[in-house]
Write a protein that binds this ligand. Structure first.
Ligand code: SF4
Length: 126
């Protein structure tokens, strides 16, 4: 049975057709370059996702935030993380209590579970 995928590695967006072979390998067609084969293998055998979320800012007791002031800090992973473990990483992000000030790129979680993936701030907040 064939599976259809669109390669998102580049803007060409090739439509890939993937057939599983008896030995478990994948036969990929429709790709305009070898990166399509790599994409199909990763997506079907070991899918990963870059994680974007927001983290709670620690209340420093300095008073209420002004109307419209951002109350959560946007964050993301520095690399794609195994899709099946994303809920666990999100739970770790939601458990954070970030103290300001924070600069864009600051590491909030380093080398999560030895994966080599960090979680960083994507915004500077005073
Ligand atoms: S197969 Fe190659 S050319 Fe096609 S979308 Fe993927 S990276 Fe781009």
């Amino acid at each position: 049975m064939s599976e259809e995928l669109i390669c998102i590695t580049c803007p060409m967006g090739c439509r890939l057709t993937v057939d599983r072979q008896q030995d478990g390998s994948l036969a990929v067609t429709g790709n305009r370059c070898p990166r399509g084969i790599k994409y199909a293998n990763e997506e079907l055998l070991a899918p990963k996702r870059v994680v974007s979320a927001t983290a709670t800012i620690q209340d420093d007791g300095a008073g209420e935030r002004a109307l419209g002031e951002v109350s959560r800090l946007p964050v993301r992973s520095t690399a794609a993380y195994p899709k099946q473990d994303v809920p666990e990483l999100l739970a770790a992000i939601y458990a954070l209590r970030v103290r300001l000030p924070v600069s864009r790129g600051d590491v909030l979680i380093e080398d999560y579970k030895g994966s080599g993936v960090d979680v960083i701030a994507t915004r500077t907040m005073k």
